[in-house]
Design a protein around this ligand. Structure first.
Ligand SMILES: NCC(=O)CCC(=O)O
Length: 336
């Protein structure tokens, strides 16, 4: 940061440096690269199956075989990581959420399939009970209360099953207290000390997750809201404390979620802790850009790229985005 006041006009004419593409490129402070993209994808049962997600135009659920193919294409396009989210049918949801740590569940089958076929792409997972819970919450619920410590025990089992299947990055998104430390200890104990954790540390109780819940089949299930475990949108210091705690407990990377309404949090986290920091540009952010573009109200490609560049400017090392394949193609084509 400089405190030097620029010389007065006409010694200073900032437009000089904006005059040509070459000068603008020389002055550019950040870059968006395919290395910065993590692609969240939705899994469904079956073989050769694709299903559209109505509230996320352009996003599909894929069966495991097609997800493996999509991972290969993403890798060829320069995308470094793919993040798996299962669509779970009501029939596999039980109060104990046992499907969450079934070695043969959709996520664990997809991890193995991708690591076999495309070993160089990093596979990230989601750790939370909501896809498996009949009431749609990320932890166990008793008498309307989300139970913390019992939920952490279940989440640790889920983490171990994913590590065993070969996941590179575990993504605990549940927001229970103490889960990162518990997972890190269990991973060490089980010989999975090399598995990384990207903690959903600053995850806000947000209305922007709506389309995602359609995509994973959880929107009908959710009873109430998630305000007793996710952050209040008006709080920033609390997010910093959550990030500090998760780093101390053994997280390698931290996430801010949603992305666009929380760029101030991204910047503060990066400045305060200098750890690998990611934003999740969530389903509602994706849907807004797609819907406005679909109506001809904004230029979809430009708005998409600008939104992704903003994460870099705000200090993020990368971004989880449903736009990853499209953005990668434009980056490779030399987008400026
Ligand atoms: N645990 C993952 C999410 O909640 C994703 C939210 C979204 O894309 O809206």
């Amino acid at each position: 940061m400089t405190n030097q006041t620029p010389p007065a006009f006409p010694l200073s004419r900032p437009r000089r440096m904006r005059r040509t593409p070459a000068l603008r490129a020389l002055a550019r402070e950040e870059r968006l690269s395919t290395d910065d993209l993590i692609w969240p994808v939705f899994l469904c049962d079956g073989e050769g199956v694709t299903q559209e997600v109505a509230s996320m135009p352009g996003v599909i659920r894929r069966s495991v075989d097609l997800t493996v193919e999509a991972a290969a294409e993403a890798h060829a396009a320069g995308i470094r990581a793919i993040c798996l989210f299962p669509y779970t049918d009501d029939s596999v949801k039980t109060p104990d959420c046992a499907e969450a740590w079934n070695p043969e569940n959709l996520t664990n089958r997809a991890i193995r399939g991708i690591k076999r076929a495309v070993p160089d792409i990093a596979v990230m997972t989601d750790i939370a009970l909501d896809p498996y819970n009949p009431d749609g919450h990320d932890g166990y619920v008793r008498d309307g209360i989300i139970l913390n410590d019992e939920s952490v025990e279940a989440l640790v089992k889920m983490a171990l099953a994913q590590a065993e299947a070969g996941a590179d990055i575990l993504g605990p998104s549940d927001m229970m207290d103490g889960r990162i430390g518990a997972m890190r200890a269990a991973l060490e104990e089980a010989g999975h000390g090399q598995v990384t954790i990207m903690s959903y540390a600053a995850k806000y109780a947000s209305a922007f997750y709506g389309p995602f819940r359609d995509a994973v089949g959880a929107s009908g299930a959710l009873k109430g809201d998630k305000k007793t475990y996710q952050l209040d949108p008006l709080n920033a210091d609390e997010a910093l404390r959550a990030v500090a705690r998760d780093i101390r407990e053994g997280a390698d990377m931290v996430m801010v979620k949603p992305g666009m309404p929380y760029l101030d949090i991204c910047r503060r986290v990066k400045d305060a802790y200098a750890v690998p920091t990611y934003a999740y540009q969530v389903s509602g952010e994706y849907a807004m850009i797609r819907a406005a573009a679909g109506n001809g109200w904004i230029d979809g490609e430009k708005a998409m790229m600008e939104s992704l560049m903003a994460f870099r400017r705000a200090g993020c090392d990368g971004v989880l985005t449903y736009f990853a394949p499209e953005a990668a193609a434009l980056i490779r084509a030399g987008w400026e």
